[in-house]
Design a protein around this ligand. Sequence first.
Ligand SMILES: *Cc1c(COP(=O)(O)O)cnc(C)c1O
Length: 239
Amino acid sequence: MARSDFSEKFGQNLQAIRDRMEQAAERTGRDRTTVKLIVVTKSLPAPLVREVLTAPCTDLGESRPQSLWDKASQFPTATWHLIGKLQRNKVARTTPLAAWIHSVDSLDLLDQLQAQAERQPRMANLLLQLNISHESTKQGFSTEELPRVLEAAADCPRLPIRGLMGIASQSGSEMQIRGEFACLRRMAERYQGQSAGHIDLQELSMGMSHDFEIAIEEGATMIRIGSALFDGCTQAIPR
Ligand SMILES: *Cc1c(COP(=O)(O)O)cnc(C)c1O
């Protein structure tokens, strides 16, 4: 499959996802423009990222820090989102390249980010990841821990904390998934008013290929989509 075939198929998938986003927003009386689509490029070789950018899509996500470093240095005009695990020793290389980090999941990491913020003029926007599915394999703070985390974050005025991120159960029923997303929204609403100026829990990063419509109905402001956008494009990926 040539590049132009990739672009054509990707363009069709993108339009279909945008239509579904619009419909999900309409069902709950939301404005479609309040939901940002993050294209997760983790399955894509770097040369094809250009095709995504020309679609045009501006917000791109990677789950591994090294892949983000690689692609963000090749495509610095994109707005890059780190959506997967960030190890402390990778903070210094990641925060200058990522505009958003969705996966702040420990107090240790928060400390490291604070230390980095003292060396860096503009810090990446941060989201606190909550383990809303209660699956032990998933990273993230528990809902019970959140107040303590926000207290710790209140002492880090250089960290722009902009919201919460969560991943719903992969095998859950629609009702369960909906409940998990609603839980994330309620946590943000509950702690929004009590927080210091650098903490503003307006952003809700939730929803992936198989559950983004439920997430939008439950208030997502950012959805992270990979496989549904690249369905049928994979033949274009050189091995
Ligand atoms: C891979 C990934 C996504 C995208 O998942 P798809 O099911 O391919 O849409 C979203 N969020 C995170 C954290 C991921 O790792």
